[in-house]
Design a protein around this ligand. Structure first.
Ligand SMILES: *[C@@H]1O[C@H](CO)[C@@H](O)[C@H](O)[C@H]1NC(C)=O
Ligand SMILES: *[C@@H]1O[C@H](CO)[C@@H](O)[C@H](O)[C@H]1NC(C)=O
Ligand SMILES: *[C@@H]1O[C@H](CO)[C@@H](O)[C@H](O)[C@H]1NC(C)=O
Ligand SMILES: *[C@@H]1O[C@H](CO)[C@@H](O)[C@H](O)[C@H]1NC(C)=O
Length: 378
């Protein structure tokens, strides 16, 4: 994520002095505290008994019995509010293929704030999969727990299929909703469905093994209203118009991601505009933003700088850019400065858009700094 601030040298020095004082005080106090605590413990605390082993779903960390291989995810965000419930929602289906590393009769997978409507398990190698005894959402540790009637076998692969519904809330985490208005007479409200997965939010978009080491390949498909554009980490493969549950929508599928962590996933459905690098460049570079911002040329500076910065890093790290495209998108509502999602970097508007009519040179330097930071992650 893009972090960091620029501060003056004087402020910096004062900060260091004050900081050193604070650290010294903390150390002194904690020494005194631990001495006092030991005394009290000796005096009053009974000897501690070893805690009973927890069930795997009571631990915040995933068990090491299963590891993901690939996901096939379809998500359908609704960009209009449902009149009867007053909610913006998304529906989804996901199939995760996972490898069993140690025999187990329980599947523990992250899932938060999703209502499951369908759940099934099959074996990948033709053998019959264990049947499901019961399943529930373990809310404190954010797990979907599936207890089975027999063991999953080490060395075998299985596929867990789920269908679910979630709220497309304006909470800046997971799959969420960003809003803005366009035009003046009268202003028209526009809704964007977008993502911020760091640090533990992918589990709010679909059930997943949501720890950074649990890398997998992701096949993404988005369903979206006609006239909207869908983006994800990989290049758009195909868009077709289909009818789903009686509604006409566009179905856009994306090239599979490299093996990667869940927190780097990104997908966006919007009515944004874009500008792109000239045809024939090695990597397709696109800058996405509100149509009006693109029309005013606010993405031009970012587009101009991205190619040279990528090339600089390729030489500096002696490593070529690993993807076929580089999308960068400016979101009206975004919690961090920017987030380094592989192939689809998300920014708050002030970290990507440069408005020659109102931005300062300091803003320009900040934009170059944040873009460089995020591209280095690639
Ligand atoms: C993903 O699932 C859909 C159906 O849900 C299927 O048509 C498609 O072939 C699957 N894609 C992959 C890569 O498994
Ligand atoms: C609104 O939500 C209700 C209840 O979940 C659902 O039955 C209905 O189909 C939804 N309407 C639309 C237009 O999606
Ligand atoms: C999920 O279920 C809960 C409890 O029934 C309900 O309050 C909530 O609105 C549901 N969420 C969605 C997005 O339908
Ligand atoms: C889908 O339908 C819309 C509205 O009819 C049309 O504008 C669009 O070009 C179609 N898209 C595809 C991929 O056929």
């Amino acid at each position: 994520m893009g972090k960091g601030f620029f501060i003056s040298k004087t402020l910096g020095i004062v900060g260091v002095i004050v900081g050193t004082g604070v650290v010294a005080t903390i150390i002194a106090l904690s020494v005194v505290y631990s001495q006092e605590k030991d005394k009290i413990q000796e005096a009053v605390m009974p000897p501690t008994t070893p805690s009973t082993p927890k069930d795997p779903w009571e631990n915040y960390r995933l068990p090491d019995s299963l590891s993901p291989v690939s996901y096939n995810i379809t998500l359908w965000p609704r960009l209009v509010v449902n009149a009867s419930t007053g909610l913006y929602i998304f529906t989804g289906q996901s199939a995760v293929v996972f490898q069993c590393e140690k025999d187990t009769d329980v599947i523990v997978i992250h899932c938060n704030k999703l209502n499951l409507t369908l759940l099934s398990l099959i074996s990948r190698d033709g053998a019959t999969a264990p049947t499901i005894k019961r399943s529930w959402l373990e809310v404190p540790t954010q797990f979907l727990v599936i207890q089975l009637n027999s063991n999953l076998m080490a060395g075998r692969q299985y596929e867990l299929y789920t269908e679910f519904i979630g709220e497309l809330a304006d909470d800046l985490g997971g799959f969420y909703r960003s809003e803005y208005t366009e035009g003046t007479s009268p202003p028209v409200k526009k809704v964007v469905a977008t993502t911020q997965m760091q640090p533990v939010d992918a589990r709010k978009a679909f059930p997943c093994f949501d720890e950074p080491a649990m890398k997998a390949v992701f096949h993404m498909t988005l369903l979206h209203a006609h006239g909207t554009v869908a983006l994800a980490n990989g290049m758009n493969l195909a868009s077709v118009n289909v009818s789903v549950s009686g509604q006409d929508v566009t179905r856009t599928s994306f090239e599979p991601t490299p093996l990667m962590s869940t927190y780097l996933l990104a997908f966006v459905v919007s009515e944004f505009g874009f500008i792109q690098s000239p045809e024939g460049e090695k990597v397709l570079i696109r800058i996405w933003a509100r149509k009006q911002a693109i029309a005013e040329g606010q993405g031009n500076y970012a587009l101009e700088k991205t190619g040279p910065i990528l090339e600089f890093f390729e030489n500096y790290y002696i490593s070529s850019y690993p993807l076929t495209k580089s999308d960068q998108i400016a979101l009206p509502d975004f919690s961090a400065g920017a987030m380094e999602n592989w192939g689809l970097i998300t920014y708050r508007e002030t970290a990507l858009l440069f408005n020659p009519a109102s931005s300062s040179n300091g803003d320009k330097e900040w934009i170059a700094t944040v873009i460089s930071h995020e591209l280095a992650h690639m």
